[in-house]
Design a protein around this ligand. Structure first.
Ligand code: HH2
Length: 260
């Protein structure tokens, strides 16, 4: 899943895709590089980020989705708001990526009505404050329990398919992130496709000493290759071409199909 943020303030690619041409060029480049889908977002959820009004978020993502509609590309919309999800699905998005984990019943209704699958992510708290003092008694049990319950609720409400995402960095310390990464096989064993998103996040800096977010792709790749080996179906990445290349080599080494 290639990341396309149409925002002025995303932590690593903020401001880069505000012009429509730049956004479309980046989406097409990711698709050509072999990305399975492109995740279009109009609101930063980095720690400390303030919420964006729905109308503004729609104005950011809708022109991009409309222009890419029919372009032989799977598109997801990265939003927590039902109004934005609805506008995005109407404009051509295929999947809703909700970092709120479909906790909002309206979000489930929008997906169910459109027949759209959703990615459910775990987050403790909300972006503005989530990294202040995250606390769990058993992070793996709590995150997996939340995701399993949300998946069951989504299905009961008519959402056709879900992916589960442990939400690295969303109300989590380094220890919490590492525990969740080591427990990926147990998350995969729940039976849903799993998505992992560590791209350029602060945990790469904490682990490897890389203060500059745009310089964190090598550490991101190492982490995402681990996630794929542990059974993750999708990894969410800024450097799509590099990821496709690395994942193809890894798949070939593991005896999977070799694509040329
Ligand atoms: N991380 C971010 C945004 N959306 N969605 C899922 N499913 N999983 C994630 O880990 C995830 C996500 C944050 O990263 P980014 O989009 O690069 O930055 P920003 O929120 O500043 O736009």
């Amino acid at each position: 899943m290639g990341i396309l943020n149409i925002t002025p303030d995303s932590f690593s690619d903020g401001g880069r895709h505000l012009a429509l041409d730049a956004a479309l060029g980046a989406a097409r480049a990711m698709r050509e590089a072999g990305a399975l889908l492109v995740d279009v977002g109009g609101e930063s959820t980095r720690p400390g980020a303030a919420p964006v009004p729905a109308a503004e978020e729609i104005d950011r993502v809708r022109p991009v989705l409309r222009a890419l509609r029919g372009a032989d590309m799977l598109l997801s919309v990265d939003t927590m708001k039902p109004e934005v999800a609805q506008a995005a699905l109407d404009a051509g998005a295929h999947l809703v990526n909700d970092v709120g984990g479909l906790r909002d019943p309206e979000m489930r209704a929008v997906c169910a009505q459109a027949g759209a699958p959703a990615c459910l992510m775990h987050m403790q708290g909300e972006p503005r404050t989530m990294q202040r003092a995250p606390q769990y008694s058993d992070v793996v049990a709590e995150v997996h329990g939340f995701l399993a319950a949300q998946a069951a609720q989504a299905h009961a409400d008519g959402v056709p398919d879900v992916l589960l995402d442990p939400g690295l960095g969303f109300g989590k310390t380094l220890e919490h992130n590492l525990a969740l990464l080591r427990a990926l096989p147990a998350l995969v064993a729940l039976g849903y496709p799993v998505l992992v998103g560590a791209s350029r996040k602060r945990l790469i800096d904490t682990l490897a000493g890389v203060p500059l977010a745009t310089a964190r792709d090598p550490g991101t790749l190492a982490l995402h290759l681990h996630a794929a080996r542990a059974g993750a179906a999708v990894v969410r990445a800024h450097a799509a071409a590099e990821h496709v290349q690395a994942l193809r080599v890894q798949a070939a080494l593991a005896g999977g199909p070799v694509s040329t």
